[in-house]
Design a protein around this ligand. Structure first.
Ligand SMILES: Nc1ncnc2c1ncn2[C@@H]1O[C@H](COP(=O)(O)OP(=O)(O)OP(=O)(O)O)[C@@H](O)[C@H]1O
Ligand SMILES: [Mg+2]
Length: 272
């Protein structure tokens, strides 16, 4: 089993590498203090696909919000492409949220095109680019539908298209396939891999699904329950490009099982 701890990566100079340095986050509201994670340090090399797994409530979404510049950490720093992350910059760091957060008054097409409008692109170009990503997530027939006319899984696919359309160098994904059925989930995973291989993005991907984590990632960061620390950074040394066949291999099973054994006995927020 190849593992490593929070050691510096040789690829730190990459344009879209991400460095998480001694990051801690505590929420304090109405006299209640929640220590979410403590002293997290890890590097995500340029163009790599890194997964984050850990029990519910351990702070995965909060970590992604910090990485996106949408939440301020209590201490520590995040450096992306050599520059500190302090405010949101969606053209540099894109996010697909756990909750799709679509604008209810806009159609599928306009929701996906919305970030391009902010970017100042013309109407024709916006429509063309949006259509390309709507097709990718299989929703062309629903381009003119409104969010309330879609299923939960379809809304999530719109959110994925909206995250990809901005073409950020760094893409953060928070359980993007959680609301999808198994078949669509597998297809979307393969699609994201294909896009990643073509576009060389740096991807940080939160998931509860260990099969998905091993299938997609170069490395999986395993977090403990709250206050979360890094239990292990596990290198997924399966060859690429990966096809579904890799899931049937003994090596795949061993890697998945290794993560499962690490997290199966950890409590979740619900149990505390
Ligand atoms: N804005 C906030 N104010 C106060 N506490 C918060 C806030 N956001 C998150 N928390 C708390 O931080 C902890 C971590 O929440 P977070 O959503 O990051 O967990 P998670 O690992 O993403 O969980 P899940 O796997 O269920 O999505 C929880 O205890 C949650 O209640
Ligand atoms: Mg979450």
């Amino acid at each position: 089993m190849t593992t490593n701890t929070a050691s510096p990566s040789p690829a730190l100079s990459g344009r879209a590498s991400v460095q998480v340095q001694s990051l801690s986050k505590t929420f304090e509201a109405r006299g209640r203090r929640v220590d979410v994670f403590q002293d997290l340090s890890f590097d995500v090399p340029d163009r790599s696909f890194v997964g984050v797994v850990g029990p519910s409530g351990c702070g995965k979404s909060t970590l992604l919000l910090c990485l996106a510049g949408l939440t301020t950490p209590s201490s520590g720093a995040i450096i992306a492409g050599g520059t500190p992350v302090t405010t949101p910059d969606p053209q540099r760091i894109g996010v697909v949220f756990q909750d799709p957060n679509l604008l209810p008054w806009l159609t599928v097409e306009d929701n996906v095109a919305f970030p391009l409008e902010l970017k100042g692109l013309g109407k024709k170009e916006r429509r063309e680019q949006a259509a390309q990503f709507i097709q990718l997530v299989g929703l062309t027939d629903f381009s003119h539908a409104y969010p309330h006319e879609l299923s939960g899984g379809m809304r999530q696919r719109v959110s994925i298209a909206r995250g990809l359309v901005q073409d950020p160098r760094i893409l953060l994904m928070d359980e993007p396939f959680a609301a999808l059925d198994e078949q669509t989930r597998m297809k979307m995973g393969a699609e994201v891999l294909r896009i990643w291989e073509q576009t060389h993005k740096t991807v940080i991907f939160v998931t509860h699904n260990l099969t998905e984590a091993v299938f997609l990632c170069d490395e999986v960061v395993v977090l403990s329950s709250r206050p979360a620390t890094i239990l292990e950074r596990l290198t997924i040394d399966l060859p690429r490009p990966r096809t579904y066949d890799v899931m049937a291999t003994e090596r795949f099973g061993r890697l998945r099982d290794h993560i499962w054994r690490m997290i199966r006995d950890l409590g979740t927020d619900q149990e505390r």
